[in-house]
Ligand binder design. Structure first.
Ligand code: ADP
Ligand code: MG
Length: 448
């Protein structure tokens, strides 16, 4: 069958694009069902797979298939009972529809909100209670308590979740409210579009009629002057009308480069609340909650084991759990520490040996052919910045050094600079095969 062959080619292409662990966990188990009238139907082992693929891989799959078939397809994922095995099926566990809405749930009409991000699904602890409480307070009394509310914290710590929860909460208690969630990139695109089509009046009206404006990842407006100007006016109008503005950023206003002073000062008018990396208890609670939402049982002991393995952010924790749940539903095994160990082996390995910063820096220099003096210099060219980020990431993962200590060893850089380098590489490892392989090689050289 021609279509079956196209699908096989797609799989081969996806294998090249994705890192091997992601490919094995998520794409390999997918089976071809049919291709009719531009609809491609694929079979996966569980409802949980459907959700995860919808959120993380659907676009890549569609894109690759479109390239091969030359047609813009619709992708339908279907659960194949035969692919599922073992006790879960027998116990009817995996039959249960997940409590969590499918991730691809339509955004609430035009608000840009996803109903799965609500306060009830947000686990609160020391590291995030400040952000949580101020978000809830703002949602309960829009425009009255903290305006603007500026949520600040590292990647994957829950900013988007809270921003969306505010919007959902407002709509829940007041369905007539006009709420808009968007990223600053989307704001830029909408603005460009309006400028190109001469529809600025519409653009302004849209924004200035809002009751609640939720802007995610505001750091991306740095350096974009026209956008900043327009945002400034939008901000002022809403502020004067006492409408709620909430902004999320992975940079503190003071650290945002190329941000106009007048915006910087406005961001600090209300409240700046920060989220810290999660403590162990939160990580455990989140894992148990997520497992439960997906119809799996996760014992505290197992959650503890998993939480201890993942030292970074909650997004990564979710990713690791997702892998474990996928493996469990494929093999029909219950989730215990052995299963976790097997699933995550080689991905989040325990620190096998203690490294020192200097050794890591030298190895990375040798691997990329850059001089040590360049590695710790202020130069920002890509050929140096990438090795520098990777070295910083490895130092963070494989030494006990604190962020400020690492910063000091990298030419006196600020700890937040190191933090960003580390989170950047962590994300890259997930999506960029080249970076993933290079790090793998470096680790091999260092016998990590
Ligand atoms: P950020 O926007 O800060 O990068 P996100 O809000 O996207 O992070 O969070 C990453 C993932 O972790 C999301 O799926 C989110 O639902 C989840 N998450 C983060 N914090 C919590 C929490 N305290 N409780 C439950 N889930 C959380
Ligand atoms: Mg976010």
């Amino acid at each position: 069958m021609v279509e079956q062959k196209i699908w096989n080619d797609c799989k081969a292409e996806l294998k090249k694009k994705l890192n091997p662990h992601n490919y094995d966990s998520w794409v390999k188990p997918i089976n071809y069902v049919s291709y009719k009238n531009t609809t491609l139907t694929l079979a996966v082992p569980s409802t949980f797979f459907v959700e995860w693929i919808e959120e993380h891989y659907k676009d890549s799959i569609k894109q690759v298939f479109n390239t091969y078939s030359g047609v813009d397809i619709d992708l339908v994922l279907r659960v194949d009972e035969n692919q599922r095995k073992g006790p879960e099926k027998a116990a009817g566990l995996a039959e249960k529809p997940p409590i969590k809405k499918p991730v691809a749930a339509q955004p609430r009409n035009k608000s840009g909100l996803n109903e799965k991000y609500i306060f009830k699904h947000f686990v609160v602890g020391k590291s995030n209670e400040f952000c949580y409480a101020s978000s809830l307070a703002s949602a309960n009394k829009i425009g009255e308590v903290y305006n603007p509310l500026f949520l600040y914290g590292g990647v994957g710590l829950g900013k988007t979740h809270l921003l969306q929860a505010i919007g959902n909460h407002v709509l829940q208690s007041n369905p007539g409210a006009v709420v808009l969630y968007l990223t600053s990139e989307k704001f830029v695109n909408m603005l460009i579009n309006a400028l190109q089509h001469g529809t600025m009046a519409n653009f302004r009206r849209k924004f200035r009629n809002l009751d609640v404006l939720l802007v995610d990842d505001i750091q991306f407006i740095g350096g974009k002057e026209r956008t900043q100007e327009e945002f400034f006016h939008t901000f002022n109008t809403l502020y004067e009308l006492k409408k709620q503005i909430v902004i999320a950023s992975d940079k503190f206003p003071k650290e945002m480069r190329n941000l106009e002073e007048r915006l910087r000062s406005r961001f600090a008018w209300g409240l700046i609340a920060d989220i810290q990396p999660p403590e162990l208890e939160i990580k455990i609670a989140i894992l148990i909650l997520l497992a439960q939402q997906n119809g799996f049982v996760l014992k505290e002991k197992v959650a503890d084991y998993l939480a201890n393995k993942i030292n970074s952010n909650i997004r990564e924790l979710e990713g690791a759990l997702a892998r474990v749940m996928a493996f469990a539903s494929l093999t029909g095994r219950t989730i215990d520490t052995d299963l976790v160990e097997e699933t995550l082996r080689g991905i989040y390995d325990d620190v096998a040996c203690k490294m020192d910063i200097k050794t890591i820096q030298k190895t990375v220099c040798g691997f990329y052919g850059v001089k040590f003096s360049e590695l710790i210099s202020k130069r920002r060219s890509k050929s140096i910045a990438v090795p520098r980020h990777i070295a910083a990431y490895l130092c963070r993962e494989f030494t006990d050094a604190s962020l400020p200590e690492i910063g000091k060893s990298f030419g006196g850089r600020d700890h937040t600079t190191i933090m960003h380098a580390v989170s950047k590489i962590k994300n890259e490892v997930e999506v960029n095969t080249k970076v993933y392989n290079e790090i793998h090689e470096i680790k091999k050289i260092m016998k990590m």
